[in-house]
Design a protein around this ligand. Structure first.
Ligand SMILES: Nc1ncnc2c1ncn2[C@@H]1O[C@H](COP(=O)(O)OP(=O)(O)OP(=O)(O)O)[C@@H](O)[C@H]1O
Length: 225
């Protein structure tokens, strides 16, 4: 059996005083692609936040990329996040900076120094997402799908062990959504990254076969596609 990149056991997840998910057991193997589905408000984002240590575990235990979530200290959280690529619905690009400056900013924030390595890595990720020719463009001149590709390129910069995609196709049309999903799986496979792809759009699940995990009524279920 492959090594697990994510392992939650009996995890309880709370937002303020509210229990959002209880007794969550979830295992994701290295390099595995998993769909996380559930209606709006079912707790998908809360589960993802727990994995990148933005929400504490209320009970149970969990590890992500070897970090123990139940006892992770503040100083360790940036180290955990360097192992992850996180992409959101609203792209979170710096709108007053060009595509390459958005990527440089992310590299600096994760410890890369100025230099040829930085520029080479920017070229590599932009080529991978098909946007090498938009390197100097400003985000507002890009379509929604292109912005999401830039956000995805940024998530790939540090060759993450796990990509966390939170409703990344929520602002995109169906065709572009499938393109982004397919690209995400292709590049994750090449990179050896696992992916947890959260969506409320069940229609996306027939894009390709992968394990489906469902959030419903405060619980997490493994389901067949
Ligand atoms: N900061 C917060 N404080 C209190 N409750 C919250 C907070 N954030 C989310 N919630 C509640 O937690 C529940 C789960 O929300 P969550 O965002 O995890 O669901 P979701 O499945 O990701 O939905 P969506 O697809 O709309 O993002 C919701 O009832 C929401 O109102």
């Amino acid at each position: 059996m492959a090594t697990a990149i994510v392992e939650l056991r009996g995890a309880n997840i709370r937002q303020g005083e509210r229990n959002i998910l209880e007794k969550v057991d979830l295992t994701i193997a290295e390099g595995e692609f998993v769909y996380l589905v559930g209606k709006t408000g079912a707790g998908k984002s809360s589960l993802l936040k727990t994995l990148y240590a933005a929400l504490p575990l209320a009970a149970g235990s969990g590890t992500v990329s070897g970090f123990h979530l139940h006892k992770i200290g503040r100083r360790k959280i940036p180290q955990l996040r360097r192992q992850l690529g996180i992409v959101f619905q609203d792209f979170n690009l710096l709108m007053d900076r060009s595509v390459e400056d958005n990527l440089r900013f992310a590299l600096r924030a994760t410890g890369w120094k100025k230099g040829a390595d930085t520029e080479k890595r920017i070229d590599e990720v932009l080529t991978a997402v098909g946007l090498a020719d938009r390197r100097r463009s400003m985000p507002h001149t890009l379509s929604g799908g292109e912005r999401q590709r830039v956000a995805f390129a940024r998530a790939l910069l540090n060759k993450p062990a796990l990509l966390i995609a939170d409703e990344v196709t929520g602002n995109l049309d169906p065709e572009t959504s499938r393109e982004i999903l397919t690209l995400m799986r292709q590049l994750a496979t090449e990179n050896g990254s696992a992916v947890l792809f959260a969506t409320h759009d069940y229609r996306l699940l027939d894009t390709f076969q992968a394990r489906v995990v469902r959030c419903e009524a405060g619980r997490v279920f493994n389901a067949e596609n």
